[in-house]
Write a protein that binds this ligand. Structure first.
Ligand SMILES: [Zn+2]
Length: 304
C-alpha cells in the first residue's frame, strides 16, 4: 500500500533508553515480529516523578530495563493504552516493584460477543488478566510536576483503546491506533472498523504536532498521515464492494484478489481486516450476509 507515507527507517536497540523528546524516554521491548515491528515501545514521561506508558510484554529483560531506566525516580502512574499481550502484561510486575497504581484503559472487552461456531484466531492476543487500579475515561487527566496526560478515547483496534495527549510536549502517545510503520490491525470482535474510522476523525480535530506510537518511530505530520489512513480504508472498502459486485462471495476470495503481494504470515490478519469492513458495510446496509456473518460466511452486495 503505497498511498500512506509510512516511515520504517528506525534504528532500535532493545533495552536501550532513547531520549526521544524533552521529558520523554522510549525503551523498546525485545519482541519483534510481523505484528510488533521492532518491538513494543514503552515510554517514560517526565523526570523525577514519572509515568510509564505501556510497560509492554511480560519479558523479564524488558521489565528490568524499564526499572533500570527509572532508577531512583518515583514512578507515580503505570499507564496502559489497551489490553494486548505486547502492551499490558508487564504492568503487574512494575506495580509490584514500584508500588505505583495501574491506570488507563479498562479491562479487556470485545466490541461484540463471539458468534456461534466462530473461530478464534490467536493473533489478537488479548490480556484478560489486566485489572487497572483506576480506569480512565475520555478526557480524564493525570499529572506530574512537569507533565500532564489526558486520555483520548480511540476505540477501533480494541474497544478499550486510549491514546494520551502529553500537553507539555504537544504530542500524542497514540498506542496502536496510529503508527508510522503500518496500518493497525482491526479484527472483529476485538476490533471495529466503524469505531476505528470515528477515532481517526476525532484525531483530525486535535492539534498535537507529533505522535509517539506503540510500535516504530514517530508520526511527524499527523494530520496528513490521518488523511492518508482514512483514504486508504475508504479505498479498501470500495475495492471490497467492487469484488462483491464482480461476484466474489467469500472473504477468502476477496483477500486473494486484493492482497496479491502479501506476506503469508499476515494472510489471516488481512482476512480479519476484510471481515471488519464487511461488518461495517452490513451495519450501513450496503452488504448482506447469506448466513451467520462470520469470517467464513457468504456475503453479497445489497442491491436495495
Ligand atoms: Zn494492540
Amino acid at each position: 500500500v503505497s498511498d500512506i507515507p509510512f516511515e520504517r527507517d528506525i534504528e532500535v536497540n532493545p533495552g536501550a533508553v532513547d531520549d526521544v523528546a524533552p521529558q520523554l524516554r522510549r525503551i523498546v521491548a525485545p519482541n519483534p515480529s510481523p505484528f510488533t515491528f521492532k518491538g513494543t515501545c514503552s515510554y517514560v514521561v517526565g523526570r523525577g516523578q514519572v509515568a510509564i506508558i505501556d510497560p509492554g510484554p511480560a519479558i523479564a529483560e524488558h521489565i528490568a530495563a524499564l526499572l533500570e531506566a527509572v532508577g531512583r525516580e518515583r514512578v507515580t502512574h503505570i499507564v496502559v493504552t489497551h489490553t494486548h499481550r505486547d502492551h499490558s502484561p508487564a504492568a503487574a510486575a512494575i506495580r509490584a516493584a514500584t508500588g505505583a497504581p495501574i491506570v488507563g484503559c479498562g479491562p479487556h472487552r470485545p466490541f461484540r460477543s463471539w458468534l456461534e461456531g466462530e473461530s478464534r484466531p490467536s493473533e489478537s492476543g488479548a490480556d484478560r488478566e489486566y485489572q487497572p487500579d483506576q480506569e480512565m475515561a475520555d478526557g480524564d487527566i493525570i499529572t506530574g510536576p512537569d507533565w500532564t496526560l489526558t486520555a483520548v478515547a480511540t476505540p477501533g483496534h480494541t474497544a478499550n483503546h486510549l491514546a494520551f495527549a502529553f500537553a507539555e510536549a504537544n504530542a500524542l502517545l497514540s498506542g496502536d491506533h496510529v503508527m508510522a510503520w503500518s496500518t493497525t490491525v482491526v479484527a472483529p470482535p476485538d476490533g471495529s472498523m466503524a469505531a476505528y474510522m470515528a477515532s481517526l476523525a476525532r484525531l483530525q480535530e486535535r492539534t498535537e504536532a507529533t505522535y509517539w506510537p506503540g510500535h516504530g518511530g514517530p508520526v511527524r505530520d499527523p494530520q496528513s498521515f490521518l488523511r492518508a489512513l482514512i483514504h486508504h480504508r475508504r479505498q479498501r472498502e470500495a475495492a471490497i464492494l467492487g469484488r462483491l459486485r464482480a461476484g466474489d462471495r467469500s472473504i477468502a476470495a476477496i483477500v486473494t484478489a486484493l492482497y496479491k503481494t502479501l506476506n503469508p504470515a499476515l494472510q489471516p490478519a488481512a482476512a480479519l481486516s476484510v471481515f471488519a469492513h464487511m461488518e461495517d458495510l452490513m451495519a450501513r446496509g450496503l452488504v448482506i450476509a447469506e448466513e451467520a456473518p462470520t469470517l467464513t460466511a457468504r456475503y453479497r452486495p445489497n442491491q436495495g
